[in-house]
Design a protein around this ligand. Sequence first.
Ligand SMILES: [Zn+2]
Length: 130
Amino acid sequence: MVRIARERIDDLFGLAEQESQRGELELAHRYVVLAREIGARYNVRLLPEYREMYCRGCSTYWVEGRTVRTRLRPGHRVRTCLRCGRARRSRIRRVPAMTAESALERRAPAAFQGAILVGGDEDERRPERP
Ligand SMILES: [Zn+2]
């Protein structure tokens, strides 16, 4: 049962990714909700890479610039959900000196992914809505 649940979660995140690229953000959100429900029901943790992809507050699938805003602050990265305003802070450390290879990587759209995550994340509630 657990194995099936994991497969289903993988499928749902695959679908969420696919739909978000087509601009179907509501559908992507729905897939995240279903994946989280399956995880909760069968006591299966979502993989850490999946947990980076949506808002823990409202399950919105994150698309940089559309449903999430990413800002770098000294020592951490703040990702703010544009739907509910919940912020997720991740500690980061200095990015190592740029090599030709990493320079190429950093031209990718999600430039902030280049920062290296250390330690756990923490979520914080923002009282006011944007
Ligand atoms: Zn949210």
